[in-house]
Design a binder for this molecule. Structure first.
Ligand code: 4NP
Length: 155
């Protein structure tokens, strides 16, 4: 079974949404995936996702209301095969904790799954308005569709 970890800064907006969307895709594609998410920061440990994330996700049929934020830890490199980060700052923070080249190879900017080699970031919606959350949903929905499709092909 593939093991996938989604990572952002706070683990209350982008990565819990990516976790929920990929879980929905795993049902659609009929694949077993172990999915989790984490934040590089300790800002929101133990908290449920941001209320704007919860309501935007629900409007698309995805329930992330029960998830709880946790911080990324070094042993996540052992526990997951694929670590998808949302932006460049998440990428540097996670890579800084990598112990080996094998660890580093697990880390990918999630939008490279749909825009190869573009190194684009999923914009942080936390300080913006509601429309930022919808934009993030569309980006992550497309990326998670591609991730699930690829895992289906190799399963
Ligand atoms: P996330 O968004 O990384 O997508 O969960 C953020 C959540 C909280 C903060 C920043 C980004 N914050 O600074 O508290």
């Amino acid at each position: 079974m593939a093991k996938v970890l989604m990572v952002c800064l706070g683990n209350i907006c982008r990565s819990p949404l990516a976790e929920g969307i990929l879980r929905m895709k795993s049902i659609k594609f009929k694949i077993d995936i172990q999915i989790d998410s984490a934040g590089t920061s300790n800002y929101h440990i133990g908290q449920h996702p941001d209320r704007r994330t919860i309501s935007n996700a629900l409007s698309h049929g995805v329930d992330v209301s029960q998830l709880k934020a946790r911080q990324f830890i070094v042993s996540d490199f052992d526990d997951f095969d694929h670590i998808y980060v949302m932006d460049h700052s998440n990428y540097s923070d996670v890579i800084a904790l990598a112990r080996t080249e094998v660890d580093k190879k697990k880390v990918t900017l999630i939008l490279n799954c749909i825009y190869p080699n573009s190194n684009m970031s999923v914009p942080d919606p936390y300080f913006g308005g509601e429309q930022g959350f919808e934009k993030v949903f569309i980006l992550l929905d497309n990326a998670c569709e591609a991730i699930a499709e690829a895992l289906k092909r190799t399963s």
